[in-house]
Design a binder for this molecule. Structure first.
Ligand SMILES: Cc1ncc(COP(=O)(O)O)c(C=O)c1O
Length: 390
């Protein structure tokens, strides 16, 4: 599809065309493991057709074309989960002895993968605060290949200047990988700011309905081919055609959902700021660095639907608060239609040792909230009654 179309048009149309066999408008779910080979030649099978769904599948291709168009990349590769996609990047672009720079404020499993899994594979990892890009320049070594971060980061919503970090990285021939799960291409396009690869947990906003796991990597053609052959084909964390269909269905309404998520999150952040039981609200729109760093403000077209807050009274108050909620659901995921709320220290980031969590700002009084699509007055009333109870 023509890249000149606006994002709303791309969300609806990119990658999609009526099925050549039936003219069906909705993308067919090609629920098949294998494809019949038309002709076999002495040199092998004829290229250019589907062979086996671990390599590629037409329903997945539709999703991959749409995601490449949305992020402004050449190509995309889909995976069974966000972690499948994150680990595929590491396994493709690093070899034993290579060095990776990562921000330590990451989704808990990504942190664990880099802290424990990567060294077991012979990758060297330096954790630095990438919100100060100079730290990246200082951490680069001769064997550095990648810099990896989330912005806004899970769960503290810390922001990283993508343009600045990518510029420093590229000066040293280091590739920049951005996990864009929280803002999605509707609000942020890291490749346009100089990043080399974007990764998503499609389980979250892209799907948006909390009924499928998935992951996506968007990159250059060359990297997509290497990732597809080296990791997807040979390690096998493949997305199912049905989940690809669900994520495609979710993507068509991403714009409308993101706007409502962001509108509700902005209102909830303002409400929480005023409540006496709340010590601090973390929301990208409130970030102190926005005014002093115009890059940060410009890199996001909106602040998204995620926020976090610190509650007075520590973990006991946090637990009482969560157990008193009636409408908001205590759950680890995010980006669903319903408001989901959680305690990172006890849930999504529990794998990180407590001392490390404290250092990263993932304190025991921290609550993370994914603003849903409900009437904001109802969410507010629920938060209020639970905050009042502590
Ligand atoms: C920012 C971020 N990246 C990656 C992941 C991993 O995604 P998945 O759960 O689909 O494997 C998550 C999951 O919460 C996440 O929040």
């Amino acid at each position: 599809m023509d890249y000149e179309y606006g994002i709303n048009t791309k969300l609806v149309h990119a990658g999609e065309r009526p099925s050549p066999d039936t003219s069906a408008l909705a993308p067919p779910i090609y629920q098949t493991s294998s494809f019949a080979i038309d002709e076999i030649l002495p040199s092998g099978i004829k290229r250019g057709k589907y062979v086996y769904s671990r390599l590629s599948n037409p329903t997945l291709t539709t999703l991959e074309l749409k995601m490449a168009a949305l992020e402004g990349g050449d190509a995309a590769v889909s995976f069974a989960s966000g972690m499948g996609a994150v680990s595929a990047i590491m396994l493709t672009l690093l070899k034993c002895g290579d060095h990776l720079i990562a921000d330590p404020v990451l989704y808990g499993s990504t942190y664990e993968l880099l802290k424990k899994g990567a060294p077991r594979l012979g990758f060297e990892v330096s954790f630095v605060d990438t919100s100060n890009p100079e730290n990246v320049a200082e951490a680069v070594k001769d064997n550095t290949k990648l810099v990896f971060f989330e912005t806004p980061a899970n769960p503290t919503l810390k922001l990283v200047d993508i343009r600045k970090v990518a510029a420093i990285a590229s000066e040293h021939r280091v590739k920049t990988i951005v996990d864009n799960t929280f803002l999605t291409p509707y609000y942020q396009k890291p490749l346009e700011l100089g990043a080399d690869i974007v990764v998503h947990s499609a389980t979250k906003y892209l799907n948006g309905h909390g009924d499928a796991l998935g992951g996506i990597v968007v990159s250059s053609y060359e990297e997509a081919v290497t990732i597809r052959k080296g990791v997807l084909r040979d390690m096998g964390a493949v997305l199912s055609p049905f989940n690809a269909f669900l994520i495609l269905r979710g993507l068509r309404t991403l714009a409308l959902r993101m706007e409502r998520h962001a509108q509700n999150a902005t209102e909830l952040a303002a409400f929480l700021k005023e409540h006496e039981a709340v010590k601090q609200v973390l929301y990208p729109g409130f970030d102190q660095n926005l005014e002093s760093n115009p890059n940060l403000k410009k890199q996001m077209a909106g602040f998204g639907g995620m926020l976090a807050f610190k509650i007075r009274g520590g973990v006991d108050s946090a637990v009482t608060f969560l157990n008193t909620l009636k409408l908001c659901t205590v759950a680890v995921s995010l980006g669903d239609t319903a408001t989901l709320i959680e305690h990172p220290g006890l849930m999504t980031h529990a794998v990180i040792p407590k001392e490390d969590r404290e250092m990263l700002g993932i304190t025991d009084d921290l609550i993370r909230l994914s603003a849903g699509l409900e009437d904001v007055a109802d969410i507010k009333a629920d938060l209020k009654q639970a905050l009042d109870a502590i």
